[in-house]
Design a protein around this ligand. Sequence first.
Ligand code: ATP
Length: 251
Amino acid sequence: MEDCLVLDDVGVRFGGLKAVDGVSLRVPAGQRRAIIGPNGAGKTTLFNAVTGVVRATSGRVLLEGRDVTRLPVHARAHRGMGRTFQITNLFPRLTVIENMHLALRGLSPRRFALLGEDRLDAAERARVEAALGLSRLAGRLDREVRELSYGEQRQLEMAMALATEPRLLLLDEPAAGLSPVERAIVSDIIRALPRAMTVVLIEHDMDLVLSLVDWVTCLDNGRLLVEAAPDAIRGDARVQEVYLGKARHDA
Ligand SMILES: Nc1ncnc2c1ncn2[C@@H]1O[C@H](COP(=O)(O)OP(=O)(O)OP(=O)(O)O)[C@@H](O)[C@H]1O
């Protein structure tokens, strides 16, 4: 199968710190992949290097076979990458549909107001409604975001990423801070995403993540520690050691 994403010996340095240290991996098209690892392992930095939020200081990032290592965020988005963030990016006093509109245009509310009569055309409206449907928010179009539950706000962030119809979707801790019921909704949403979409996610909830993905990459200290199927990860001594070792260290 064609690879959707390839990292070739990717490194990210912050001064003297190698936050990501020579990571190579391949994500075949359509795969669901988890990136796991203890706090500070380099998961978010790796995501940022994939999306262009930070520039890899060494190595190459290939999207569908094309080198995107030096491209800025918007150019990668244009080539089919979508992502959500750990920190919410929503405008609470605007409605769900207005937030979707902004996401599609890549605008702030101020610039949006200046646009005046900008409307979604029929195709854009269809994309927005499809994304809200996938994210289980179809009945919430005209609600102000501040009236939504926290779980629904996270769902809206997924919808905003989905509205651009990415072929590679990166989810940064999609279940962080959610109740068990909300977590179940998020995992159902991820499970129901079209298989044409490749999904890479960072998640700390091990039960959730291992039930969702086809393959797992575990990082430790910026390096790739293990790659394996979820069942093998559960019993992997090296994975247990980095999590337990970290817990002992933090205790
Ligand atoms: N902008 C930055 N400047 C300097 N150091 C950074 C920066 N961003 C991350 N780091 C450091 O890089 C290392 C990896 O951090 P990163 O956030 O990627 O880890 P993580 O695996 O996502 O952790 P967590 O699970 O806590 O989110 C950490 O030591 C962190 O302090």
